[in-house]
Design a binder for this molecule. Sequence first.
Ligand SMILES: Cc1cc2nc3c(=O)[nH]c(=O)nc-3n(C[C@H](O)[C@H](O)[C@H](O)COP(=O)(O)OP(=O)(O)OC[C@H]3O[C@@H](n4cnc5c(N)ncnc54)[C@H](O)[C@@H]3O)c2cc1C
Length: 386
Amino acid sequence: MTDYSNHIGIIGGGVAGLTLGCALLKKDIPAVIFEKMPEEISHGAAISLSSNALRLLDRLDIYSDLKNQSFVHFEASIQGLKKEICTFNSPEVLTTRRQTLMSLLYSRYLNLGGEVLHDHALASFDATKCEATFTNKEKYIFKHLAACDGIRSSIRDTFFADNQDPKYSGYSAWRGIGKSNLQRIYFALGPDSHIVSYPINKQGDVSFVAVKKEDYQFKESWKEEGSSKDLLDDFSIYDSKIFPALEDSMPLYKWGIYTRPPLKSMISKNITLLGDAAHPMVPFLGQGACMAIEDAYSFAMTCKENIANLSDAQQAYDFLRSKRTKKIQRLSMMQGKIYHMKNPLLVVARNTVMKYTNIPGNDLKRIHDYDAHAEMQIYLAYGDIK
Ligand SMILES: Cc1cc2nc3c(=O)[nH]c(=O)nc-3n(C[C@H](O)[C@H](O)[C@H](O)COP(=O)(O)OP(=O)(O)OC[C@H]3O[C@@H](n4cnc5c(N)ncnc54)[C@H](O)[C@@H]3O)c2cc1C
């Protein structure tokens, strides 16, 4: 059996796990990914990535290929139920198929010499020996464990005392891809709901996420298959032309959006949590995967600097990433409240602020301008100077 005792063992080959694999290998730090799924698959339709994540993907040599297969935006429009509210500028945002992002990360990781062991679902972890046991009975010892196993992280459940179970956020989301001639990011706001649409390439493929605030019981799973009639019924207050033309054959899903309250710390013993395992958030600022990319990149940077003592690497990571991700979790939740306002007076006030000030653009700019590479560099050189 292969000896991985000088490797960082990464549990989960999603956005966080694959980005971490690329970032570690690029710094010549041995790493190996264990993924429970039998092959590379990506759930969800499309994704938007803002410049805070794009500049890191560029450092990992993925950005240019990603850009060629995506749609690039520098502005977005917001509209109410009847008329446009405003158009605002933003730093670069790239929208793409999730599959495109995942395939590029996957092939970059393999090109760097990485290995993904599929069909390996973590069953348990012995932190004293740093030994992981998988459901197929295989066992491996690592130098450190990076838990990138998503919102239902079993490692978080076991090793983080202040952990709470995932909770339905009160929001559900329909996601799909169809054809339309939309050329920009387009938000439509209504009471207790909103719809975001954007092109994901130059061939007329347009993705939408339609979010509704509702008490809803997701039974077997966190997603349920539905029809376009169910979708239109849920969003009957909007003009149905807002949705791209959907292919009849394309399955449509309604997803429950789940979150977990922030942890005091994203590290415990020789375990580091990254991405949704550490800080799942509502998707209203389009930052969940961007945070996973920032986490992964930052952790690899601090590991390189502290390879002889990974607990120092963990401290630096936890200090910078807890601060940043707690703030984005909170702002994402607040964004939902702003989008979904229903009191007519508040709606007028919100629309006026959006129309006559550049507040929406400036708020996003502050989030998108963050440079995780620069932040970690400053921290590693001087400690926290802010
Ligand atoms: C409706 C919606 C829209 C969104 N839109 C955006 C957006 O536009 N932009 C954005 O930045 N973010 C967006 N997000 C958030 C984003 O999808 C997530 O934050 C991101 O996918 C998290 O990546 P991750 O790698 O941490 O977790 P995941 O993608 O969940 O990956 C976890 C991986 O771990 C594997 N795994 C789990 N358990 C085990 C185990 N025991 N053993 C081995 N492997 C295991 C899983 O199979 C999976 O491959 C959106 C989310 C939702 C719900």
